[in-house]
Design a protein around this ligand. Structure first.
Ligand code: ADP
Ligand code: MG
Length: 250
């Protein structure tokens, strides 16, 4: 189980999350929506222990381990993976090299190269991604959409149990969005992993059908519902939704 309790975090004296709570049970899919600059990517980076963000209080736990006490590489070893909004490129090292090294570290044994190559080729096929990328430097010369697919290729090989997708749908055309959503659905079915999706658009929600949709505002979740909430936001905007919640609280 993944749990954020009463988290308050700042950057450069600006409070981005304040008494923020979230619980994701094993196998659940949650979506967080919210205005630009509200702190969605901040939450993702905090989970991965980006030290640029200062934690003022609260906790982040995964399977009862305090993630705030771990370094980023230790969090990755807990099988948590973030696909960031803008995946960076890494020159001088290919996807195959990164994945082979990481996999050897996870499994603590030598990798069967035949199975490893097969897995990567199958993932490329499922992602409609040119397999030439397998032996190319990580994300170098890749478009925004291709970068998202390359990161999902990494997920297919490393098999995280908690997958965080920060705007996986940005930079994807309609066909690529369908392919990526199907890939995520298949991965979820196969592994029963937990997934946190950050998005602005209900399009991806239509394919993935999450258990919960949450709205982030003023540093915390102000409204939660099922996937219909995403359509409400699409038609009436964030302001209207937050008003509804305020009315109910009165
Ligand atoms: P979003 O909800 O769009 O993902 P972010 O979490 O990226 O928003 O950013 C929230 C706010 O924090 C924004 O106003 C952004 O400018 C600011 N911010 C994020 N990262 C930094 C940083 N490293 N230094 C200064 N300000 C930052
Ligand atoms: Mg963001």
């Amino acid at each position: 189980m993944f749990k954020v309790n009463n988290l308050t975090a700042k950057i450069e004296n600006k409070t981005l999350l304040e008494n923020f709570d979230l619980q994701i049970n094993d196998g659940e899919v949650h979506v967080i929506m919210g205005r630009n600059g509200i702190g969605k990517s901040t939450l993702c980076k905090l989970i991965m222990r980006d030290k640029n963000y200062e934690v003022k209080g609260g906790s982040i736990t995964y399977n009862n381990k305090n993630l705030l006490e771990l370094e980023t590489y230790e969090i990755a070893r807990e099988k948590i993976m973030l696909i960031s909004q803008n995946p960076i490129s890494i020159e001088g090292v290919t996807n195959a090299e990164v994945l082979r090294t990481a996999l050897r570290e996870i499994k603590n044994e030598n990798i069967n190269i035949f199975e490893f190559n097969k897995k990567m080729e199958e993932a490329c096929k499922a992602l409609d991604l040119d397999p030439k990328f397998i032996h190319k430097e990580v994300n170098v010369g890749a478009s925004g959409g291709e970068r998202k697919k390359i990161e999902l290729l990494h997920a297919a090989v490393l098999e995280p149990q908690f997958l965080i997708l920060d705007e996986i749908d940005s930079g994807l055309d309609v066909d690529a969005l369908k392919v990526v959503a199907n890939f995520i659905n298949d991965y979820h079915k196969k592994t029963d992993c937990s997934i946190l999706i950050i998005t602005h658009h209900p399009n991806i929600i239509e394919y993935i059908k999450p258990n919960y949709v949450h709205v982030l505002e003023n540093g915390k979740i102000v409204k939660s519902g099922d996937y219909h909430l995403a359509y409400e936001i699409e038609s009436s905007g964030f302001g209207a939704n937050i008003m509804v919640e305020d009315d109910r609280n009165e």
